[in-house]
Design a protein around this ligand. Structure first.
Ligand SMILES: Cc1cc2nc3c(=O)[nH]c(=O)nc-3n(C[C@H](O)[C@H](O)[C@H](O)COP(=O)(O)OP(=O)(O)OC[C@H]3O[C@@H](n4cnc5c(N)ncnc54)[C@H](O)[C@@H]3O)c2cc1C
Length: 290
């Protein structure tokens, strides 16, 4: 199925809705367009689950090229990485070295690195990498997943760091023992963690397309007497673009996550799983060509 979907020309229009393109320049163009509308970018090279040191080195090199391009084009964007793309699963030490290098290069061009959170089996090590680098790079941003039962405790243990977090609901299928399953439970947890981050974190990023959760964050900021620019709203490329523009026009800081590259299959599948309507759109696109 993966081979069929990845190679079929029929899936291209669906992929194009969520992915800027195969090449770095596609993402740069998309971010330039966002910047012209007052929205920042979050550049993401697609890829995860790398299984050998050459693969991790290759991903790190591609990220370095991307950072160089940020400097050349002066686009307003951060850089988001997945640690399994940089070898977390088989060599945590060299993964830390890769992230250190990327964080230093990003800083040199006036931006910073964001660390995505992946499946639950990597959460412990991902937090470990963040902690190892925090003394030198407190500007690193770490994604934390509201659906995981452990997240409140993880944040509490990081409280002294005043962590800079991107709060997400969580995109991977996780069992009930470790993750809330019901929407109302996840939303309640998301609101609780939002409040925690405003009070004890640094510049929270509310990464959601759920307007009620964004409104909640706005209300928390107001209640604490904080300005509109005391937090960031983050959304994904191709999802609710009008809302992104409206928030930016209303004076909020908005960033859009812009993925590029050919390894889009797992990313696309997560976007399908989040919304059955996407799957219908996708199947209809396939059926209409047969
Ligand atoms: C910037 C950013 C970075 C992220 N990084 C991570 C990460 O590091 N780790 C991780 O596990 N997850 C990450 N995610 C994904 C996140 O965990 C959720 O799976 C995803 O955002 C959908 O949840 P939601 O909060 O938008 O709410 P939902 O309740 O899923 O959606 C609210 C509304 O948004 C719209 N919407 C949501 N998803 C879609 C979609 N796929 N297609 C079309 N419309 C949609 C719909 O109108 C929907 O009603 C990230 C999300 C964003 C925005």
């Amino acid at each position: 199925m993966q081979n069929f979907i990845s190679q079929s020309k029929l899936t291209r229009p669906v992929v194009a809705r969520f992915v800027a393109g195969d090449h770095l320049e596609d993402a740069v163009n998309a971010i330039q367009d966002l910047n012209s509308r007052g929205i920042g970018g979050i550049l993401d090279l697609l890829g995860e689950g790398v299984t050998d040191p050459d693969g991790a080195q290759g991903a790190a090199d591609e990220y370095l090229t991307s950072i160089k391009r940020i400097e050349e084009t002066k686009i307003d964007t951060t850089v988001s990485i997945k640690l399994t793309q940089l070898g977390l699963a088989f060599d945590k030490g060299s993964c830390i070295d890769h992230v250190r290098r990327l964080a230093a290069e990003a800083r040199a061009v006036g931006t910073y690195v964001e660390i995505d959170m992946e499946q639950s089996e990597y959460v412990f090590d991902t937090i470990d990498v963040y902690r190892a680098l925090h003394p030198d790079f407190p500007d690193l941003r770490l994604a934390m997943q509201a659906y995981l039962r452990r997240t409140a405790v993880d944040l509490e243990t990081m409280a002294t760091l005043k962590p800079k977090v991107r709060l997400v609901k969580g995109a991977y299928a996780e069992p009930e023992e470790i993750a809330f399953q019901k929407k109302n439970e996840i939303d309640a947890q998301y609101k609780f963690l939002t409040e925690w981050l405003f009070e004890r974190g640094t510049m929270p990023a509310i990464a959601s397309h759920d307007e009620r959760l964004i409104d909640h964050a706005k209300a928390v900021a107001l209640h604490l007497g904080l300005d509109k620019d005391s937090f960031e709203v983050q959304m994904l490329y191709g999802i609710r673009p009008q809302l992104q523009e409206k928030l930016a026009a209303d004076g909020y800081k908005v960033r859009t996550y812009v993925p590029f590259g050919s390894a889009w299959y797992p990313y696309l599948m997560r976007r399908m799983a989040e919304r059955p309507a996407n799957l219908k759109f996708f199947l209809r696109a396939l059926a209409s060509r047969n």
